[in-house]
Structure formats: structure tokens, C-alpha cells
Design a protein around this ligand. Sequence first.
Ligand SMILES: *Cc1c(COP(=O)(O)O)cnc(C)c1O
Length: 224
Amino acid sequence: MDYDVKGKLHNVLDTLPQGVRLVAISKYHPNEYILAAYEEGQRIFGESHEQELRQKHESLPKDIEWHFIGHLQTNKVKYIAPYVSMIEAVDSLKLLREINRQAEKCGRVINVLLELHIAEEATKYGLSLDACRELLAAGEWRQMQHVRICGLMMMASFVDDHEQIRREMQTAADFFDEVKAQYFADDDTFCERSWGMSDDYPIALQTRSTMVRVGTAIFGPRVY
Ligand SMILES: *Cc1c(COP(=O)(O)O)cnc(C)c1O
């Protein structure tokens, strides 16, 4: 293998304060890269395509915790429900219902994050803050025995302006506090703030991220 995955992994890990976990984003990277990180103790990996995740899950060690980080179509939920560790980008009540339904069939409780849309780009998925407020206020989620809402996830705008990125992440952090106080004050499992990617995770660490999703900085550029 010609790419120093192990060295890059440790460069990232060394910068993470206690209490912040790394989701190594391995989409489009081969199994040998994932295994190199695995050998260094990394266990949480993130993928954004159902078929690719399925193949990797089948061929790689079973103690890997797979996070689904992409936009998930409801008709794909059934394929990942038996084994996925966390679905990070829940952006509709419809998707949440389907995850609950499929998790029940598997006799599981699936961890999820609600994805916020704060970035200015029109193309990004996610719930607006108001849509997220509405989803929680409607309360149907309280009856869902097979999903566990563990926190919030977001992607900042893809821009060079660090202040804009910081503002967006700070908005997410403040919103976390609002929702935590209103709905999850007595629920310790609602504790995750998933933001920060290769280019902006240092800013995420300053805006109370608990989970950074880093791909390129560990595995190098993706070959599509
Ligand atoms: C690809 C991806 C990442 C990782 O991006 P890098 O810039 O390679 O670190 C993080 N989060 C999501 C949702 C992604 O799709």
C-alpha cells in the first residue's frame, strides 16, 4: 500500500480532545485502507452508499461500527437495518418511521442523528431548524421504540470563509442546547454533535463537536 493511512490517522487522532470521537469516512476507499486504520484501533467508519456499505460490511471485521452518513432513501433502509450502528443523516419523519419499522423487524434499536440544514447551499439535505422543531414538537418519535435519537448532525457550507463555517456550526451547537433542554434534558443518550470534516474539523472542535467525520485527511483523495 503506497498511502500512509496509519500516519495520517494518528495525525488526526492526535488533535482530538478527550470526548470527541472520530468517524473515519471510508467511502470510495478500498478495504485495505480501512484495515490499515482498523489495525491502529479505529472502529467507527462512515459510508454514504448502501451497496458499497453492504459489500464492506460483508468482507470486513464484524466489530466495525458502521455509520451511514449519506442521504438515505426510505427503500434502502431495510438493507442496512440489520447491522448499521448509526444513521447520521435523518432528514424527515418519513425516514425516521421507516428506520423504526425496519429496526423492529430486526429486533434492534438503531441510533440516529437528526440532520440539520444550516449551510447556505441549496443542494444540501437536512431539516431546517424550524422543521426540526416541528418534528420534535409533533412527538410521534416518542412512540418509536426502535430508534434512539442520539443528537444532531450537520455539514457546514463548502466555503473558504472560516467565520461563516464557525457561525453555522455555532448555530448548530446553540440549537443542540435548545433541543436538549426542551426534549432530552433527562436523556443522556442525546449527547452527540456530529460536525467537522477534513477541511473544517478544527473549527468543529471549537464549536463543541463530539463526533468529527473525516475522510480525505486520513485516506487521501477519493477516486470516483
Ligand atoms: C464525504 C463526507 C465526509 C468526509 O469528507 P472529507 O472532506 O473527505 O473529510 C463527511 N461527512 C459527510 C456527510 C460526507 O458525505
